[in-house]
Design a protein around this ligand. Structure first.
Ligand SMILES: [Zn+2]
Ligand SMILES: [Zn+2]
Length: 391
């Protein structure tokens, strides 16, 4: 027994060196991918869910599959995405048909009815199963904890008519009609929420078009994008207030969000939905109650009160010292994941308060800290003002 023990002790260094063979060091590439989580406060008793209500895949005119859109959303820190293919065209299809020519004796097939915008006059719409891309995304979503909202984009001439997302749809194949307004009515008939997309795209005026006036008068529009990709439409916040629409900020992504946002170290556009639960029912309730804000490129846009509520729930402030004549040193801290920028007076330099950062202010005796939050927009050129009471 003693000899065996001696043998084991003698062999231990050999065993240990085999365990530390430098040739089996792990490359960081082999490690699990991490994602930047976007942590937001509870505001007025509601959680804030991060959603992209406008995305495309290869089943209309984008570069990736719906399944990849879901994984991408997970890595971007989102809770929910809508898959919203154009119901009028699918420009990837001719390439697919070329790829398939081996199945037709070398003769390339011609894509039929793949672009109803360029070739109008058909009552049938495009010959595609527009529910399929949603189903593919839903299947993938089970693995990633990302909620998929079924949808489709009604895509017409941009100046007089425009583009409208139908969300929470039941049958995307039952939406198309040569008349755009009838398409919206068809979507509404199946219980869809309707969102006006990129309202300033290719337009020179912010005035309501005749088409929009008609759609509003029929009560067909629920929400509007105040940001779409890199385009921001602050004047449309005023429209949202007038017409009681929820505000949205979506990517309308056709390439990858890595190329458009992450490689530039930016968060992607997000519609922030204030809701009780991240389910189709829960998010729908938040949209119908118009409890949303729109995040894009460091700006947060929407109704003044909700912006103030989000700002005040995101920061904390405390007096950490005093100066001569009773002035207080007040430390303002951003406790959550969205950046803010504010001014303490009209001509002051703006202060950038990044997530997890603090700024020290000197506040005169008996005064409070009044801030204009310049990274928040509640109208065209309008910023919310908040008072931090200093005790
Ligand atoms: Zn569009
Ligand atoms: Zn789109």
């Amino acid at each position: 027994m003693k000899k065996l023990l001696i043998l084991i002790i003698a062999l231990l260094p050999l065993y240990a060196s085999a365990q530390h063979n430098p040739e089996v060091l792990r490359s960081p590439v082999a490690q699990a991918a991490t994602r930047p989580d976007i942590v937001l406060p509870v505001v007025n008793g509601f959680n804030i869910y991060k959603a992209d209500l406008h995305t495309h895949s290869i089943y209309s005119d984008a570069d990736v599959t719906p399944a990849l859109r879901v994984r991408e959303a997970f890595y971007d820190g989102l809770d929910a995405i809508a898959i919203t293919e154009h119901i009028e065209y699918r420009r990837i299809e001719p390439k697919m048909l070329k790829f398939l020519k081996g199945y037709t004796g070398g003769k390339a097939l011609k894509a039929e009815n793949n672009d109803v915008i360029r070739e109008p006059g058909t009552e049938r719409g495009i010959l595609a199963d527009l529910n399929y891309p949603v189903a593919e995304a839903v299947k993938e979503s089970k693995k990633w904890g990302v909620l998929v909202i079924p949808g489709a984009e009604i895509t017409r001439e941009p100046v007089k008519i425009g583009h409208f997302n139908a969300l929470f749809t039941k049958d995307n194949n039952a939406i198309y009609d040569p008349d755009a307004l009838q398409s919206i009515r068809n979507a509404r008939k199946q219980g869809a929420i309707i969102q006006h997309n990129h309202p300033g795209w290719r337009r020179t005026s912010n005035a309501k078009t005749e088409f929009e006036k008609q759609a509003y008068s029929e009560g067909l529009i629920d929400g509007v994008e105040v940001a779409n990709g890199g385009s921001l439409y602050p004047n449309i916040i005023d429209r949202a207030r007038e017409e009681n629409l929820y505000v949205a900020s979506n990517t309308d992504i056709h390439i990858t969000t890595a190329e458009y946002y992450r490689l530039k170290n930016q968060l992607r556009n997000m519609t922030l939905i204030f809701a009780k639960e991240c389910t189709l029912k829960g998010l729908r309730e938040g949209l119908e109650a118009k409890r949303t804000l729109a995040y894009a490129g460091g700006y947060i846009m929407g109704g003044e009160q909700l912006l103030k509520d989000l700002f005040l729930a995101s920061i904390k402030w405390e007096v950490i010292g005093t100066e001569k004549k009773g002035a207080r040193k007040v430390l303002v801290t951003n406790c959550y994941s969205l950046p803010f920028e504010y001014k303490t007076s009209k001509n002051a330099y703006p202060i950038v308060l990044a997530p997890g950062q603090s700024v020290l202010h000197t506040v005169a005796k008996d005064k409070d800290l009044n801030l204009t939050v310049t990274s928040m927009l509640c109208g065209d050129g309008a910023n919310p003002k908040v008072k931090l009471v200093v005790k």
